[in-house]
Design a protein around this ligand. Structure first.
Ligand code: 1QQ
Length: 388
């Protein structure tokens, strides 16, 4: 009983705060819930950079019609519990108007329903599994689904090597994105007339892939397709090469970061990865974004940074419209969250991804997709080279 008292007091305090502070804060708080720790941070780090850059870029241009934005970061870590905790903090403690996050689809299927029930709009910056926008009316995404992005990699691999016939497909069975993406890869391979010689499973927590690699080598395939995350995927590619695999390799979206280079080192060389973003996308908005990003970070923006930037931009563009109807500081927070969700889905946006909009479910409508290939200079340094 003695231990329960401070808890009760805290709860009472929190309730009082929620009851009184129901107007929208200024600067306007926007939540960013991505992985800043765990292996998933290999992917989340680029999202932190993209979001931070958006905050600076947008506030330098007057924020929301003169009112600055303030990003509130909550680390999701790499699992569902971390994402749920981050979302709950953003919704009830930080009182954000909307959330850009989480990093993984696996996390989104657990955390997004919480925001949906609280009527807080969520924009997935990198959730590409089938079914994400269908989680609920408050869930949309700026990351195109695997069904649209992944087939481009297979077509490009066949362009580079038209003799490819036999394929091995591997995927992380404990990850929602990986199981979704492998479905698309396997279907695309069949549609392209390829033989799926073997399908191998692993876990995102695995580090030894001897069993899977041996099975692949036994099948004499000329293409291997990997759906996993950055650390497991990087180690898998490395062990494939070390044990003698010489053919083509496609990596899925979970391998789509230069933060994987320290994992697979020189063995990353040649991996083909489909892209939902290209620095060469010709819109004026993207070219200005690329120019300023490159000036600050001395390299072109990677996909996850561009998508996180886009998530923040979409929230801000929608808030600008609402602010014209009624000054943001005069809105009740709950009303603004609901209006923001409606406005996000109604708008058209000129972003680094090109012109985008959403369908009624919150699914992204985007026009152009790309494919890149990793080129390693040595064991440490490499780059993504966009293919024609
Ligand atoms: C998802 C993904 C991740 C690999 C992106 C970080 O696409 O979980 O949906």
């Amino acid at each position: 009983m003695r231990q329960a008292r401070p808890l009760l007091a805290l709860t009472a305090l929190a309730l009082t705060a929620a009851a009184t502070a129901d107007k929208v804060g200024t600067p306007v708080p926007i939540g960013i819930a991505v992985a800043q720790t765990s292996n998933t941070a290999l992917l989340g780090q680029e999202q932190v950079i993209g979001a931070r850059f958006a905050e600076k870029y947008i506030n330098a241009r007057g924020g929301i019609n003169g009112t600055p934005i303030r990003l509130v970061f909550q680390d999701t870590g790499g699992d569902e519990a971390g994402a749920i905790n981050a979302f709950q903090n953003l919704i009830t403690k930080d009182r954000v108007v909307g959330i850009v996050g989480p990093t993984l689809s696996q996390q989104a299927f657990s955390a997004d329903p919480i925001a949906d029930r609280a009527r807080v709009p969520v924009l997935g910056p990198s959730n590409t599994a089938k079914g994400i926008p269908q989680i609920g009316p408050y869930v949309a995404r700026v990351s195109a689904p695997v069904s649209v992005v992944a087939p481009n990699a297979v077509k490009q691999a066949l362009k580079l090597d038209p003799k490819i016939k036999r394929v091995a497909v591997l995927y992380a069975q404990n990850d929602a994105f990986s199981t979704s993406e492998t479905g698309t890869f396997q279907q695309t391979a069949k549609d392209q007339g390829l033989t799926v010689a073997t399908v191998q499973k692993f876990l995102t927590t695995d580090s030894d892939f001897t069993t899977q690699v041996t099975a692949v080598l036994n099948e004499n395939v000329d293409l291997v397709i990997v759906s996993g995350l950055a650390n497991d995927g990087g180690n898998l590619v490395k062990q494939l090469r070390q044990l003698g695999y010489k053919g083509s390799i496609i990596g899925g979206n979970g391998l789509n970061t230069s933060n994987m280079f320290p994992v697979c080192q020189q063995y990353c060389d040649g991996i083909i990865i489909a892209q939902a973003y290209s620095p060469a996308q010709p819109s004026a908005n993207n070219q200005l974004f690329v120019k300023e990003y490159t000036a600050q970070y001395k390299k072109a923006p990677p996909q996850f940074a561009a998508q996180a930037f886009t998530g923040v931009q979409v929230m801000v563009d929608a808030l600008k419209v609402l602010d014209h109807k009624k000054k943001l500081g005069d809105w009740e927070l709950a009303d603004l969250r609901t209006a923001l969700n409606t406005q996000i889905l109604a708008g058209k946006y000129n972003t680094p991804l090109g012109p985008i909009s959403f369908d009624k479910d919150g699914e992204l409508q985007q026009q152009s997709f790309y494919v890149a290939q990793i080129k390693m200079k040595d064991a440490k340094t490499g780059s993504f080279v966009f293919l024609k």
